[in-house]
Design a protein around this ligand. Structure first.
Ligand code: URA
Length: 418
């Protein structure tokens, strides 16, 4: 068997068998297949798709490319994953709320992909926070404080780590087989027995329509079931960015504010929806409405924020930044953009805002790029908001003067005000 034949088969729209898929995953993970060959195969999969059997084989091979964690000593663990979005800081808010209600959270998150942000980049913007912990420590953390959020740095689904970075750099992210295998392989490897998936659709999501999101959700539910992981999907819109802030430090600040009770309505809706389902799956409450109330209670009484601080401290982060948000480093150029029109915001495409935020430095263009944690965009106005002439619609944060100027014009173009 050789990789050229496998690439040619998929290029010619033929079905790959289990041995061929396993060969690719094993040899690419071991470094015996070059990035350019893997990129060609990934592009062929992107263009020609895969059937259910191929997706299942791909997912299982990726899951078994490294260790599979055994979390059975923690009891029921419900994991959560999003298919990606712009301004999506849900995990930072949801995970501590859930943990504060006594449900263990052991979650492996990803880095930013394409124009969508990644939870790991956001956590790493908190000085000192260590996303790179051993498997033993990961489990110890959860036993000790009930929560651990880590990156894909251990030997968990290493094939996904390589393919994920490759897809980011080769514009092959928006593909059902590639997204489904990426997410479910990580969930299998990370050991949770139950999984809630937030499947997004719209401008800021990889699935542009609700129908496509439904197809992705069904695919992931089927693979989850085959892998004996009870999987529930929640489909959420991502037409405009979620919440007010886009960019790493900016989103951490918004998440902390949310945990203090100042949560944007759209963010709240997703957090409560996913959390109430997670609690139900864990046997912590049959009634979704009551589950929502418990979650809100733990925000009001400060328990959720306390859990977030414990998480940061336990993973070597400097909790003084969370206690005093002013301590976070700021971008050199913080530029308010004033509206040249009067009216109501009718469109604020999340993809455009996501791309602009990456351009300002908040995401990667090449897989080895460094991120500027201070960069991003504050959205003062969102869809349906009224705007007066000269009123600030957004605030740009960047360390690059030239980019700041361009971004100002771009913001004027992105906002549709009628
Ligand atoms: N999140 C992932 O982990 N993988 C994808 O492919 C998309 C979103």
């Amino acid at each position: 068997m050789n990789i050229q034949e496998i690439i040619a088969k998929k290029r010619d729209r033929k079905k790959l068998n289990k041995d061929e898929i396993e060969f690719f995953i094993k040899e690419y993970t071991a470094g015996n297949i070059a990035d350019y060959q893997a990129a060609a195969l990934v592009m062929a999969i992107y263009l020609n798709g895969m059937d259910m059997e191929e997706i299942t084989n791909l997912t299982l091979s990726m899951a078994h490319s490294g260790d599979i964690l055994d979390l059975s000593e923690l009891g029921i663990v419900v994991d959560k994953h999003s298919t990606g979005g712009v301004g999506d800081k849900v995990t930072l808010i949801l995970a501590p709320i859930i943990a504060s209600l006594g449900l263990p959270v052991a979650k492996m998150s990803g880095k930013g992909l394409g124009y969508t942000g990644g939870t790991i980049d956001k956590l790493e913007s908190i000085p000192g926070y260590n996303t790179n912990v051993s498997e033993k420590e990961f489990i110890e953390n959860v036993k000790k404080i009930g929560i651990s959020l880590i990156g894909q740095t251990m030997n968990l689904a290493p094939a996904d780590k390589k393919i994920y970075a490759l897809r980011d750099a080769t514009s092959t992210t928006e593909s059902i087989p590639l997204i489904a295998s990426s997410i479910i392989s990580k969930k299998i490897a990370a050991g949770a027995n139950k999984v809630v998936l937030d499947v997004t659709y719209g401008s800021g999501a990889f699935m542009k329509t609700k129908e496509k999101a439904q197809e992705l959700a069904e695919t992931m539910t089927k693979i989850g079931k085959l892998a004996k992981r009870e999987t529930i999907t929640v489909i959420t819109p991502m037409e405009q960015p979620l919440g007010r802030n886009v960019g790493n430090i900016l989103e951490v600040i918004e998440a902390v504010e949310a945990l203090k009770g100042n949560m944007e309505l759209d963010v709240k809706k997703v957090v409560l929806e996913l959390g109430s389902v997670m609690l139900k799956m864990a046997g912590k409450g049959e009634n979704l409405e009551e589950n929502r109330m418990h979650m809100l209670e733990n925000i009001s009484n400060g328990k959720a924020l306390k859990k977030f601080k414990e998480l940061i401290q336990n993973q070597e982060g400097d909790v003084s930044y969370i206690e005093n948000l002013e301590k976070f480093e700021k971008a050199k150029y913080i530029i308010p953009v004033k509206s040249k029109k009067m009216g109501v915001v009718t469109k604020l495409p999340a993809e455009e805002i996501g791309k602009l935020s990456v351009y300002l430095g908040a995401g990667r263009i090449k897989k080895e790029d460094n991120i500027d944690y201070t960069a991003g965009i504050e959205l003062n106005k969102k869809i349906s908001d009224r705007v007066n002439l000269g009123e600030v619609i957004a605030i740009i944060h960047t360390n690059d003067k030239e980019k700041a100027k361009e971004a100002e014009n771009k913001i004027q173009e992105i906002y549709e005000i009628d």
